[in-house]
Design a protein around this ligand. Structure first.
Ligand code: MRU
Length: 361
């Protein structure tokens, strides 16, 4: 992604493998800052505080967290402790435990002296694969949009942030949107603000603006009304975990959009790289992260003097509940856009077969 004509990824290693740099997503869109992550503890904190966020990105960040741990201590105990700490940082996105397990499976059999180098190499592979997968998702999603596009303005609704900031680059749900815009199509995006943390308003809108894609931020409750008024041609969201049956776990509020889409015959797609698919879990087994009530009780933004500020929006004396994700059942999902093509939910097992075959090959 380009910001002021400079190409950025969301995460990159120091060339001497001594630290990792990440874009701090907690200060966007009003400030652009890069954070130097120098230890496993810092990486765990970066994930927990959501300086890095989005399923594929926290997978790549966790892989680099394992590399930082191996630089400090390459013992078996360090390997196990690092894996446990990283996996516990956030529970819902499967990419995190997927990346950590892949790192452990590669590092554990190695002599400790070989682990450091191998860890940095493997973390870089995971990041590189994410970029390629998201680029391919863009092309498969573009084909879908082309099929539905008739030359008149095409309105896509998205929820939360599944743009390049949620991945190493390109994004998942927004990758087809950037591709369609770049292909000259007349695309307009409805951006759900995505309370309570407002990733839509603060990150998706900013990312689309950087790329020059026309968009409008809407309140979370506006989507159903816009669908009834025929102002939404397609919904594309990302996901934190997709079951083998095609149930889509994504940011809280996605489910309501999926229901509204079904009721209004609007196609509803989830765009996910294959590491986001958990082949071994059912929808009701997915652990939904419950976050602190302050995210609901307060809102962050700029005050009238253009200073960062936090505002309480609920009277003292009330409490809040803050489940961060929900599950849209497969029956509401038109298709899963992956790096290997678009699969109806009931055909997702075919993707697993393809992946196993290419692993063996
Ligand atoms: O809590 P977040 O901001 O990490 O949640 C992110 C989402 O729900 C995204 O939609 C999801 O990770 C898609 S990833 C491209």
């Amino acid at each position: 992604m380009y910001i002021n004509n400079k190409h950025y990824r969301t995460i990159w290693p120091d060339p001497r493998c001594q630290y990792v740099e990440v874009i701090d997503q907690t200060v966007l869109p009003f400030r652009f800052a890069v954070v130097k992550v120098q230890s496993l503890a810092m990486m765990v904190d970066t994930i927990k505080t959501m300086q890095v966020r989005g399923a594929p990105l926290i997978g790549a960040a966790a892989a680099y967290g394992m590399a930082l741990a191996m630089s400090a201590d390459d013992s078996d105990i360090s390997l196990t402790t690092a894996a446990e700490l990283l996996i516990a940082a956030r529970p819902t996105a499967v990419n995190l435990s997927w990346a950590v397990s892949r790192m452990v499976n590669i590092l554990k059999p190695l002599h400790p002296l070989k682990r450091n180098l191998a860890a940095w190499k493997q973390a870089a592979n995971i990041a590189e694969e994410d970029v390629k997968q998201n680029q391919a998702i863009g092309q498969h999603g573009l084909a879908l949009i082309k099929e539905a596009y008739d030359g008149s303005p095409f309105n896509i609704l998205t929820h939360c942030n599944a743009g390049w900031l949620a991945t190493v680059d390109y994004g998942t749900a927004l990758s087809p949107i950037y591709a369609a815009h770049d292909a000259g199509m007349d695309i307009h995006v409805w951006v759900d603000e995505t309370r309570p943390r407002n990733q839509g308003a603060s990150l998706t809108a900013w990312g689309l603006a950087q790329h020059g894609v026309p968009h409008t931020v809407i309140s979370d409750n506006a989507g159903g009304h816009l669908m009834q008024k025929k102002q939404v041609d397609m919904v594309i969201v990302g996901a934190d975990r997709v079951t083998a049956d095609g149930d889509v776990c994504n940011k809280i509020g996605t489910y309501l959009k999926a229901i509204a889409a079904k009721d209004n015959d609007v196609p509803f797609y989830a765009a996910v790289p294959s590491p986001t698919i958990d082949w071994n879990i059912s929808a009701d087994e997915i652990k939904i992260e419950n976050r602190h009530e302050d995210e609901v009780l307060y809102m962050a933004g700029l005050n009238q003097d253009n200073q960062s500020a936090v505002f309480r929006v609920v009277a003292e004396g009330s409490t809040a509940l803050n489940p961060a994700f929900d599950v849209s059942p497969a029956r509401l999902v038109s298709g899963i856009i992956t790096e290997r093509g678009v699969f109806p939910p009931s055909f997702l097992r075919h993707l697993e077969t393809q992946l196993i075959k290419s692993d063996v090959g």
